[in-house]
Design a binder for this molecule. Structure first.
Ligand code: UDP
Ligand code: MG
Length: 334
């Protein structure tokens, strides 16, 4: 039975890498076993450089190349989500356009699909470009989240992963959160899952679009999404402080009983500052959760599609609202 593979590629200002990415990926895709047909679905995430015209050129040459243009930059995760929404494949692979995710892995992934696996996580064995600080920060983050969350995350799992049509349907319909961690969902939905190690290449050209600041924001959001431990911090610290208060009270009464003067002003100032600092931190944490609730309540679209190319089956202007307008699968390609 013929099968269909979708390669979803998020693109933001990648003019220098796109042609090389296409050439290498196409080579792997044409070498796949005859039962596999393919599409390469580029999601242009509001690029401001020449990526748009290069993508159009590729789409003009090759009908297997499909394009989704966002109305502005919505971020890497939104681009992957859109790609998964629109992909027609029985198997869907998400990759970066900068060639850090080697296209040589594609045949191996397809082999796992053929064996019946439905979720394939690609795990980096070595990251040539991330730099010392990013590597340490990433290791610390995974330790923390694995400790705090019931879901166990694969350290070094990347945005390079593959899902079957059934697993993708779960992501399309049931994981439409506005504040999210797609990689985490992929690891937590179950299905027949396997891991393939790979060696991340150096970026082909250009620079990483993730600053340390945006990675920090992503990490905080992930913790808030996958754990309610921060919310319980208030209760735990309340108990600790109450105990501490009792100890201070006993100490104060005993000094008063012995010398007639209770302990002094400095103690009060230190304790007050300490208590208020803790209180504000807890209020801040609650604020973060309220911000997430607010984002969900507003229900703004995860992404807005301005136009598509080589995808005649879709309306020109489609926005995603809670998955309600996700276009139907094209029956011809099943
Ligand atoms: N990307 C995107 N939108 C963004 C930022 C990045 O679509 O707002 C794409 C980018 O073009 C690349 C992938 O996401 O294909 C990963 O980005 P990057 O290489 O900058 O991240 P890193 O590999 O350093 O984590
Ligand atoms: Mg990269």
């Amino acid at each position: 039975m013929a099968k269909f593979l979708s390669v979803v590629v998020s693109v933001y200002n990648e003019e220098a890498s796109l042609k090389e990415f296409y050439a290498e990926t196409k080579k792997q895709l044409t070498g796949l076993p005859g039962s596999w047909d393919h599409e390469i679905l580029f999601v242009n995430d509001g690029s401001q450089d020449g990526s748009f015209s290069i993508l159009r050129e590729l789409a003009g040459q090759d009908p297997h190349v499909k394009l989704i243009h966002f109305s502005r930059n919505f971020g890497h995760e939104a681009a992957m989500i859109a790609g998964i929404d629109y992909a027609q494949g029985d198997g869907i692979i998400c990759m970066d356009a900068d060639l850090q995710h080697p296209p040589e892995c594609i045949p191996q992934i397809v082999g796992r699909f053929d064996e019946g696996y439905e979720v394939i996580s690609m795990v980096r064995t070595r990251n040539q470009t991330a730099g010392f600080v990013k590597n340490i920060a990433s290791a610390a983050f995974y330790r923390l989240i694995n400790w705090m969350s019931e879901v166990q995350f694969e350290p070094n799992a990347s945005d390079f992963f593959a899902v079957s049509r059934e697993a993708a349907d779960v992501l399309r319909k049931d994981y439409r959160e506005k504040v999210r961690f797609l990689r985490g969902y992929v690891q937590s939905i179950g299905f027949q899952r396997t891991v393939i190690p790979y060696e991340a290449r150096a970026r082909f050209a250009g620079e990483s679009k993730y600053s340390l600041k945006s990675l920090f924001r992503l990490s905080v959001n992930t913790i808030l999404c996958f754990s309610d431990l921060p919310l319980k911090l208030g209760i735990y610290s309340g108990c600790v402080v109450a105990l501490f208060g009792v100890i201070v009270m006993i100490y104060t009464i005993s000094t008063w009983a012995r010398s007639g003067t209770p302990s002094g002003y400095a103690t009060i100032v230190v304790l007050l500052s300490f208590m208020f600092a803790m209180l504000f931190v807890i209020v801040g944490i609650i604020g973060e959760y309220i911000a997430i609730l607010f984002a969900e309540l507003k229900d703004r679209p995860v992404y807005i599609v301005r136009s598509t190319e080589n995808m005649p089956e879709y309306k020109k202007h489609i926005s995603d609202r809670s998955g309600a307008e996700i276009p139907p699968q094209n029956p011809e390609q099943k």
